[in-house]
Design a protein around this ligand. Structure first.
Ligand code: PLP
Length: 385
């Protein structure tokens, strides 16, 4: 059975060009980039190139790039690293719809004695900007707000937010794990201090990420040890991963227009077909301001997990908005924050496409979904016959 992969916000296929670029660094070119000899030095040069490639995708200086092991590490480093040099300020501001990498870190810090404010969103997933403005005061050490939501794709006005936060003299971090590679970002024209990236969301392998830290931004390192990454992140580098991420960033830059047109058209085609064929279904999130690849659709009265299991039989891979925790199905915290009704939050499915998807795949999924939804509704205790 062929796999139809529409779960690219979970992880992506590593691009063939990326595999080709990284392979020699698993084999013959195994030197340590910190070594003095030429053998290690040639690896060091490739890391310099990777750093330049990442910097050029996001419009910053190569020295502002810190390679990490993943988006989660970048988020943790940004938040904890900034707080430890905050000069006694105790307040953290974030949102109710962040990824667990941010929200989990912030809630742990709250348990450790920091004050935490979680800004809400409206029914379309848009941030409450007034609440945000009101929440920042002299005690605020850091504001961490995601660029684009991983579940709905909704994009926050991150540059406007950064501008405001900086005008209050507060450090600003954004988790841009879902945005980088999908939509353009130019840090040269932004007030963002810290930004997180994850390799496996943009066709590089798992196990590599980036924390961008604007020149002059003071954060204390999370990982201590050697002098790698200019003393900002110790540990011998994941050389193949870093080289892969550099290549993936270069490709993302080259493919950005395609992502914004062809992939968006595919996503819209899929969404339209499903909404037309399935009554009592609707899109979650602001449809005018979303990542081009993401569609989060609620199907009333049925369970997302059941939909996924039935789609899985056709080789279709997507995600549901609920997570099965200790036997009880908890609806997504993002959809709950948006006030999506219980009966619809449970039946949400996230389709997230990539440049590797085709029109045939979209049409196949659009054909298979309605009978799956109908069948489950026939079995649903919430639907009156
Ligand atoms: N932030 C967001 C918005 C994400 O979607 C993810 C992964 O799903 C992460 C952070 C964590 O990234 P990683 O898997 O590289 O740790």
């Amino acid at each position: 059975m062929t796999t139809i992969y529409m779960d690219n916000n979970a992880t992506t296929k590593v691009a063939d060009e990326v595999i080709e670029e990284m392979m020699p660094y698993f084999g013959e070119l195994y030197g340590n980039p910190s070594s003095m000899h030429t053998f290690g030095g040639q690896v060091g040069k490739k890391i310099v190139q990777a750093r330049q490639r990442v910097a050029s995708l996001i419009g910053c200086q190569p020295e502002e790039i810190i390679f990490t092991s993943c988006g989660t590490e970048s988020d943790n480093t940004a938040i904890r690293g900034a707080l430890s040099l905050s000069g006694g300020k105790r307040k953290i501001v974030t949102t109710r719809v962040e990824h667990p990498a941010v929200i989990g870190t912030c809630r742990k810090l709250e348990n450790e004695g920091y004050m935490l404010v979680e800004i809400g969103v409206d029914k379309n997933g848009n941030l409450d900007m007034d609440e945000l403005r009101d929440s920042i005061d002299d005690n605020t050490a850091i504001v961490s707000i995601m660029h684009a939501n991983n579940e709905t794709g909704v994009i926050f006005p991150i540059h406007e937010i950064a501008e405001f936060v900086k005008s209050k003299g507060v450090m600003f971090h954004t988790d841009a794990v879902q945005a980088v590679g999908k939509i353009p970002i130019n840090l040269a024209e932004s007030a963002i201090d810290l930004l997180s990236i994850s390799g496996h969301k943009l066709h590089a392998p798992k196990g590599v990420g980036v924390l961008y830290a604007r020149k002059g931004t003071r954060i204390s390192p999370f990982m201590l040890g050697g002098h790698q990454e200019s003393g900002k992140r110790a540990g011998t580098e994941n050389v193949p991963g870093i080289i892969a991420l550099g290549k993936a960033c270069q490709l993302a830059g080259d493919n950005m227009d395609e992502e914004n047109t062809r992939v968006k058209n595919l996503r819209d085609r899929l969404e339209k077909a499903i909404l037309t064929a399935c009554p009592d279904s609707f899109v979650n999130g602001n449809t005018d301001n979303r990542l081009p690849n993401t569609s989060n659709i609620s199907f009333e009265y049925i369970e997302g997990e059941a939909i996924l299991l039935m789609m899985n039989k056709f080789g279709i891979c997507a995600s549901s908005g609920s997570a099965c925790t200790s036997g009880s199905l908890e609806p997504s915290h993002v959809l709950r924050a948006m006030g999506v009704p219980f009966t619809a939050a449970h039946g949400s499915i996230r389709f997230s496409l990539s440049r590797y998807n085709t029109e045939q795949e979209v049409d196949f999924v659009a054909e298979k979904m309605p009978p799956v939804v109908n069948r489950l509704r026939q079995l649903s205790p919430f639907v009156k016959s």
